[in-house]
Write a protein that binds this ligand. Structure first.
Ligand SMILES: O=C(CO)COP(=O)(O)O
Length: 161
């Protein structure tokens, strides 16, 4: 079932060398992000939550109740859990700062996550500039915009000899 656009389900993930970048981006976009539900892989989620809470404390305003779901850590299955949410069409956007300079033990899971995001036409940002474009797009706030998922009926009903 699709999530209501009014409150999106934003998936945020970063590899270890990119977590600092993601934390800065989250800090910068705190007010926009806090309005939405957030789902993260385990360690990323801890940093995202801390960043959002620190932001409101240091800017002296009351943070709206955060809705952050922390999945398992990526290498322990978190990428796959997130992939399952994408396959269920529950993710509105994926911000995934993957590390282009380090091999990951769960590289196949990373690839699978990015593949499903592409398959299900999930708006996906894999670096900060694209994440900036995504979150500042008028379509991001558009309640009626729903990415079209290709119709795979022919594939599902293909005849197998
Ligand atoms: O490995 C990851 C994405 O592939 C991220 O996992 P963590 O957020 O648990 O570090």
């Amino acid at each position: 079932m699709k999530e209501m656009n009014r409150q999106k389900m934003m998936a945020l993930v970063a590899h270890d060398n990119m977590k600092h970048d993601l934390a800065e981006w989250v800090d910068w976009n705190c007010e926009k992000l806090s309005k939405h539900r957030i789902v993260c892989t385990g360690t990323t989620g801890k940093i995202v939550e801390e960043t959002l809470l620190n932001h409101s404390a240091s800017h002296h305003y009351e943070q709206p109740a955060l809705d952050i779901t922390r999945l398992k850590s990526g290498p322990l299955g978190g990428d796959q859990q997130l992939g399952a949410l994408i396959a269920d069409e529950r993710i509105s956007a994926l911000i995934f700062f993957w590390d282009p300079m380090s091999a990951q033990p769960h590289d196949v899971d990373v690839k699978a996550l990015l593949r499903l995001a592409t398959l299900y036409n999930v708006p996906t940002a894999v670096n900060r500039s694209t994440a900036d474009f995504l979150i500042s797009s008028p379509l991001f706030e558009e309640e009626d915009y729903t990415p079209v998922v290709k119709d795979y009926t022919d594939y599902i009903q293909r005849s197998l000899k």
